[in-house]
Design a protein around this ligand. Structure first.
Ligand SMILES: Nc1ncnc2c1ncn2[C@@H]1O[C@H](COP(=O)(O)OP(=O)(O)OP(=O)(O)O)[C@@H](O)[C@H]1O
Length: 507
C-alpha cells in the first residue's frame, strides 16, 4: 500500500514513445511522467492520439519506439493481462463486456470463484458486486444481463469493474462521456479519494470543467505530439482550448440566433400523446417544424427509451405518435423511417458503423442518403464522394479524406461520421441521443452549428435527449425535463436555467 511519503514520486515514465499506423503517425516522441497521488489530465482534440497512448500503456498496442518505466523498472507491456498484473487498471472508452453474461459475471470476469457454476455467483461474490455497483451509484442487480442494460448503465458497470480492485495506476478514457451529471460527479469524488490514497490517475476527457476542477497537471497532445505540460494554476480553460487547437483553427460561433422565428401557430410536426413504454409512461409532448426540442434527464430517467419508442425501435404499450397530423400505425422502425423519422442512438459506434468500409460508404449506408446522390437512378460515386468530403471538412474529421476506413478513425471522429449520415438523410424528424458525447470542444461547436442548420434551414425537427444540460440550454428552443419515466416540466427561454433543469431532474 502506498503512503503519503511516496506521493509525488514517479509511478510511470514514458520517453520517446512513438506509434505509426498505415499513413498516420499516431504518436510522435512522447514523454510523460505520472506521479503518485496525482490526477493527470490527458487532453487533445479527436484523433490527437490519447486512446493510442492509453492502449500502449495497457498492453493493447505495442509502441514502435521509446521506453516505459513503471516504478523505475523498464517494462514491455505484452498484453492487457500483464498490465493488470502490474497494477494498471483501465476504464476503456468502448464497452468491453461479454454479451451473454450477467453484469455480475462481467464485473468479476477472471476472478470468479472456481466453485462458481456457470453464470451463478456465490453470495459473497454477489455482495461484492453490489457494493462495487453502489459505489458508482448504479442501482441495477448483479444478475441483470448486459443485453438488458442501456449504454450509460454498461459504462457505469465498467467503471465499477475497474474500481473494484484498482491498481496503483488507474487509466480512464472518457469515463463520463455518457454518464449523467450526477453520476459523473460521484465518479469524480471517488477519483479524488483514490488520489488521496496515493493512486496515480491518468484521466482523458473532453469535458474540460471536470479536469479544471480536479486535475493536478495537464498533458496536451496535438496530432500525436506532446504540445504542453502544465501544473494546476499555470493554465486556464481558454489556454487549454488554444493549446489543443491546430494553429489557424477557429471555433464556430456558438451564439447564433434563429433568422426567422418559429411559427407557433402551425400544426406540430411531432405530437406524442399519452405514450407509455419500457421505463416511461404517460408522455405527451409536441415539436414544431424546424424546432429543436430537448429532453433533459439524468441517466435512467427514460429519455433514451422514449426516443427509441417514438422511432419504433422499442415497443410501446399505449398512446400514439403523430407525424404531421397522421398517426403512425403500426409504430415500427421501418414505418417510422419511411415517414422520415430517424433515430441516432447513443451506442453509435457499436450499432451504427461498418469498420471495414470507408467514411464515404458509411455515410451512404442510409438509403435516404443514397437517394440524394443518385443520377438517372444509379449510384453516382462522384456525388457521394463530394458529399462525404463536405462533411469531413465541415466537421474536421481526421484523417481528412472521405476514403479513409472508418475503423481506423478515433472514437470521436467515428461519432462525427454517424451524425453526418443522419444530417445528410434529410429526415423530417431527427431523434438524437447524446449528440456530442465523446467529441472535442471544437467538434461540439461544429455539430451544434450543423444541427441548427438542419432545423433552421432544412425544416427538420430535432428532438434531442441529453444528460448534458448545458448543451441543451445552448441548443434547444424548449426543454422537457424527464424524471423516473415521466415528463415533469417544460421550460423555455430564461426559465430553462441549469439550476431549474437540475432541480426538476433530481427532486
Ligand atoms: N487501429 C488503427 N488503425 C489506423 N489508424 C488508427 C488506428 N487507431 C488510431 N488510429 C489513428 O491514430 C490517430 C490517433 O487516434 P486516437 O484514437 O489515439 O485519438 P484520440 O485522441 O483518442 O481521439 P478521440 O478523442 O476521438 O478518442 C488518429 O489519426 C486515428 O485515425
Amino acid at each position: 500500500m502506498l503512503n503519503a511519503q511516496t506521493n509525488g514520486t514517479a509511478m510511470l515514465r514514458l520517453s520517446g514513445v512513438g506509434k505509426r499506423f498505415p499513413g498516420v503517425v499516431a504518436l510522435d516522441n512522447i514523454d510523460l511522467e505520472l506521479r503518485r497521488g496525482e490526477i493527470h489530465a490527458l487532453l487533445g482534440e479527436n484523433g490527437a492520439g490519447k486512446s493510442t497512448l492509453i492502449r500502449i500503456l495497457t498492453g493493447i498496442h505495442r509502441a514502435d519506439a521509446g521506453h516505459y518505466l513503471l516504478n523505475d523498472e523498464p517494462v514491455r507491456m505484452e498484453n492487457p493481462q500483464m498490465a493488470q498484473r502490474l497494477g494498471v487498471s483501465l476504464v476503456p472508452q468502448d464497452i468491453l463486456m461479454v454479451p451473454g453474461f450477467s453484469i455480475g459475471r462481467n464485473i468479476l470476469l477472471g476472478s470468479e470463484s472456481l466453485h462458481t457454476l456457470k453464470d451463478r455467483l456465490n453470495p459473497h461474490e454477489i455482495e461484492k458486486v453490489e457494493q462495487a455497483l453502489s459505489r458508482v451509484g448504479a442501482t441495477f442487480s448483479p444478475h441483470t444481463l448486459t443485453s438488458e442494460l442501456s449504454v450509460p448503465h454498461l459504462h457505469l458497470a465498467q467503471i465499477a469493474r475497474a474500481l473494484l480492485n484498482p491498481g496503483d495506476l488507474l487509466i480512464l478514457d472518457e469515463p463520463t462521456a455518457v454518464l449523467s451529471e450526477h453520476d459523473a460527479e460521484q465518479l469524480l469524488d471517488r477519483l479524488e479519494q483514490l488520489r488521496d490514497q496515493g493512486k496515480s490517475i491518468l484521466y482523458v476527457t473532453h469535458r474540460l470543467g471536470e479536469v479544471m476542477r480536479m486535475a493536478d497537471c495537464f498533458t496536451i497532445l496535438r496530432d500525436g505530439k506532446n504540445v504542453g505540460y502544465f501544473r494546476r494554476g499555470e493554465i486556464d480553460r481558454q489556454d487549454i482550448v488554444d493549446c489543443m487547437a491546430k494553429p489557424g483553427g477557429k471555433l464556430p460561433s456558438e451564439c447564433a440566433v434563429r433568422a426567422t422565428p418559429l411559427n407557433i401557430n402551425t400544426f406540430p410536426r411531432l405530437k406524442v400523446s399519452q405514450l407509455s413504454g419500457q421505463q416511461f409512461s404517460d408522455v405527451s409532448l409536441h415539436a414544431l417544424p424546424g424546432e429543436i426540442v430537448g429532453i433533459a434527464g439524468v441517466q435512467g430517467a427514460g429519455h433514451g427509451n422514449l426516443l427509441r419508442a417514438i422511432a419504433g425501435t422499442d415497443p410501446h404499450h399505449q398512446g400514439e405518435v403523430m407525424l404531421d397530423s397522421r398517426t403512425l400505425s403500426p409504430l415500427t422502425s421501418r414505418h417510422a423511417l419511411r415517414h422520415g423519422i430517424l433515430l441516432v442512438p447513443a451506442d453509435r459506434r457499436g450499432s451504427a458503423i461498418v469498420p471495414g468500409l470507408p467514411i464515404r460508404a458509411n455515410i451512404a449506408l442510409s438509403a435516404r442518403v443514397r437517394q440524394q446522390v443518385r443520377r438517372w437512378g444509379l449510384r453516382w460515386h462522384k456525388a457521394e464522394r463530394d458529399m462525404a468530403q463536405r462533411y469531413v471538412d465541415d466537421l474536421t474529421i481526421r484523417p481528412g479524406s472521405a476514403e479513409t476506413l472508418i475503423g481506423s478513425l478515433s472514437g470521436g471522429n467515428q461519432q462525427k461520421v454517424v451524425l453526418a449520415r443522419a444530417l445528410e438523410s434529410r429526415a423530417r424528424l431527427l431523434l438524437i441521443e447524446e449528440p456530442t458525447q465523446g467529441v472535442d470542444v471544437r467538434a461540439k461547436a461544429e455539430i451544434h452549428a450543423l444541427l441548427r442548420q438542419a432545423a433552421w434551414h432544412n425544416d427538420c425537427t430535432l428532438v434531442i435527449a441529453s444528460s448534458e444540460f448545458e448543451e441543451l440550454i445552448g441548443l434547444a428552443d424548449r426543454i422537457y425535463v424527464m424524471r423516473s419515466g415521466r415528463l415533469v416540466k417544460e421550460l423555455e427561454g430564461q426559465a430553462a436555467s441549469y439550476k431549474a433543469i437540475l432541480e426538476h431532474a433530481l427532486s
